[in-house]
Design a protein around this ligand. Structure first.
Ligand SMILES: NC(=O)c1ccc[n+]([C@@H]2O[C@H](COP(=O)([O-])OP(=O)(O)OC[C@H]3O[C@@H](n4cnc5c(N)ncnc54)[C@H](O)[C@@H]3O)[C@@H](O)[C@H]2O)c1
Ligand SMILES: [Fe+2]
Length: 376
């Protein structure tokens, strides 16, 4: 049996955040909106239009801006307590993957009594949750349409909550929010989105006709726009294509989950706080080279769809070219990760069985170490 789920209410409007009162219609009965964001997004004034629209329409607005990258569990628990005290009627995640993931779990924790420790894993978070709306300000994670939230537990461990209760009630894509995204974040988050689509397309147990179609159309949009947005961040057309592409990729991997690229990327974020997209970009082509003997056909189908040719190796070359063209770092030393960390990171990557089981070729510890060594 093949299953497919996604968020049922998705809106695309340039400048839509400044009309948020209209876009949250029907979602917040008590008119108390709890906005979850990070200090960077808040300081940039990206919330100003949304806040003004809500307050102008008589909503009470509380802003929790303590989210940090790779959100720690402790921050999520603090936000959930705050949302409860505020008697939030709607949780609005506004930002990149970090604020959106945090908002998802806050909505769960504030809406039910299940302890967070019982939520990690697949299908264990039960809900109910508070009404949830998500507005991405990066074009990368696709978290706005996924049933996944990734938190940092303890000092370094990244753990996922995967549950249908995490699908948001509504999503708004507003490309105007993304025009100021710095070039490196644009490149890294854009490559993250491309990885989601590639890994969904090769996600052997659960790939299905819907995830395949979404992954291919995501890659068409993302490949067409990623270099344009890196050259000219104000190119609103390309920015919107990136947002839509990242969302399509999110819909794909939410149903056909990610695999070894993400498994090998997580320790870079967990131990060394390398941004998620950069971590993926670093290990991407090494994992694809390793996968090639088993994934040649599927990579070739993607290459063919992108009119590059029809061999898997061509897709790997194209991703390498995009990494160079967008200027993302190419080595672990460029992101201050010493060779001495490789063994520890490899051991950690091998624990990501939730992801590794989806890889087209069985990943081994020896191969993981070699992939890290090749980019040291
Ligand atoms: N839930 C999922 O399905 C899913 C999928 C992939 C990744 N993730 C998680 O998402 C997180 C990464 O998210 P991300 O890559 O979007 O980065 P992020 O949310 O951590 O944000 C990165 C930086 O970009 C800044 N920023 C965000 N929007 C901006 C804008 N419009 N203009 C200028 N600056 C802006 C933020 O302030 C922050 O400093 C990781 O924790 C990762 O594990 C989740
Ligand atoms: Fe990702």
């Amino acid at each position: 049996m093949k299953n497919f789920r996604t968020v049922s209410d998705i809106r695309i409007e340039r400048g839509g955040a400044a009309k948020l009162d209209a876009h949250i219609d029907g979602l917040c009965a008590n008119k108390r909106v709890f906005i979850v964001t990070d200090a960077g997004v808040h300081a940039l004034g990206l919330l100003d239009g949304a806040k003004a629209a809500l307050r102008g329409a008589g909503y009470r607005v509380e802003i929790f801006d303590q989210v940090v990258a790779d959100p720690p569990e402790a921050v999520v628990l603090r936000g959930a307590g705050w949302a409860r005290d505020f008697k939030a009627g709607l949780v609005l995640g506004f930002g990149g993957g970090s604020p959106m993931d945090t908002a998802k779990v806050i909505a769960l924790l504030a809406g039910s009594d299940q302890p967070i420790t019982e939520m990690y894993g697949v299908g264990l978070a039960m809900g109910p949750r508070l009404p949830l709306m998500l507005i991405p300000t990066t074009a990368g994670t696709g978290s706005e349409v996924t049933n996944v939230a990734i938190l940092t537990t303890g000092e370094t461990e990244k753990q996922g909550i995967v549950a249908n209760a995490l699908y948001a009630d509504r999503v708004l894509l507003d490309a105007k929010l993304t025009t100021g995204l710095p070039k490196m974040t644009t490149a890294a988050t854009g490559i993250d989105a491309m990885v989601h689509a590639i890994e969904a397309y090769t996600s052997l147990p659960q790939k299905n006709p819907l995830s395949d179609a979404l992954a291919l159309s995501a890659l068409t949009k993302l490949r067409g726009a990623i270099e344009d947005v890196c050259k000219d961040g104000q190119d609103i057309e390309a920015r919107e294509n990136m947002l839509i592409g990242a969302m399509l990729a999110g819909q794909a991997f939410s149903n056909a989950p990610c695999a070894a690229v993400h498994a090998l990327a997580y320790p870079l974020g967990g131990f060394f706080h390398v941004p998620h997209g950069l971590s993926n970009a670093l290990v991407l082509t090494g994992v694809m080279d390793y996968n090639l003997p088993k994934a040649d056909g599927l990579y070739g189908e993607i290459a063919d769809h992108l009119r590059l040719g029809n061999s898997g190796a061509i897709l790997i070359d194209e991703m390498q070219r995009i990494k160079h063209a967008t200027g993302v770092p190419q080595t672990l030393s460029a992101v201050d990760i010493p060779d001495s960390a490789i063994a520890m990171m490899a051991d950690d990557a091998m624990t990501k069985t939730r992801l590794l089981i989806n890889n087209p070729r069985q990943m081994t510890l020896a191969a993981t170490i070699k992939i890290y060594e090749d980019i040291a």
